[in-house]
Structures are given as structure tokens and as C-alpha cells.
Design a protein around this ligand. Sequence first.
Ligand SMILES: [Zn+2]
Length: 162
Amino acid sequence: MLNVTIPRDVKVKLENFMDHFKGFEKVSIVKEIFGDDAEKVLSELKVEFCHFRKGFMWICDDDGHLVVSVCYLKRGNERDIYLDVIHEFVHVRQFMDGKELYDDHIDYVKRPTEIEAYEFTVREARRIGMTDAEIFEYLKTDWITADEEKKLAKTLGVRISK
Ligand SMILES: [Zn+2]
């Protein structure tokens, strides 16, 4: 027998997204993602700041809250963080629509939920003036290979840089 007590059902500390991230409800692509409900959805969105060293931000598929790495907020490039938030917003909407966000049976770069999220992100990246080379650079992540990145870029109509 172990003479210790381990809590098995702890609550994660969640905060209001809009207490920390300002102005997103006014961005036009956000209104496109959530429609007329944009402000309402964001006012109800919860965020969890976590200390994982790996990863950037993602949606918890239990209840649809946003999880953001504290390290990434500290060290990440502001434009990347901005685009990641837009990307995650698309997943928030997909979650609200009852879609399965992380279907491991489909490759990441072919998963319809990811393609849709990236389509919005790439459009927003172009709107804020990023070049295809910069967008291609943004698409690089730890969890996809160089070949997969090219595949994703092709799907999204982003010109591939070497
Ligand atoms: Zn995603």
C-alpha cells in the first residue's frame, strides 16, 4: 500500500481569454470564423497558461479551451503567436460544431480540420503583408517533415522556398 494521497481529478486553472488577449474580436477574419457570434464566443473562451516546454498552443478537446505555452508567449515571435491564435480559433469553432480535432488516422498535413485552420491563417498572413517565403517559413514546425511541409504549402497555395 502506498501511504500517500494523490489527487486524481484536479481542476485546471482557467482564465478568460479576453482578460489577456485584447482586440481579437475586432479582427475581420475572426468575425469570418465565428460569424456574428465572434464577440460572444471570445468572451466565453477560456485560456490555460501552461508550462510545457514543448508545443505552442492547442485546443483541449475535452471542453474546447485554449492552452498556451508560457515559454512560447515569452520567446515566440509576435506575428507567429498572432497567426497561431487565429489558427486555434478555427479549431474552437470546429470543436463547437462537434468535429473531431485530432483524428490521428489522418496525417496532420491532410487532416481537414488542420487544412481549414491553415487556410484562414494563410489568408490572414497575406492580409498583414507576409510574403510567401515568410508564410512558408511559418509553416515549418517540429512535428512535420520537410516533405510534409511542402505538401501542406502546396495544398494551401503557398509558394515553396528552398
Ligand atoms: Zn491545428
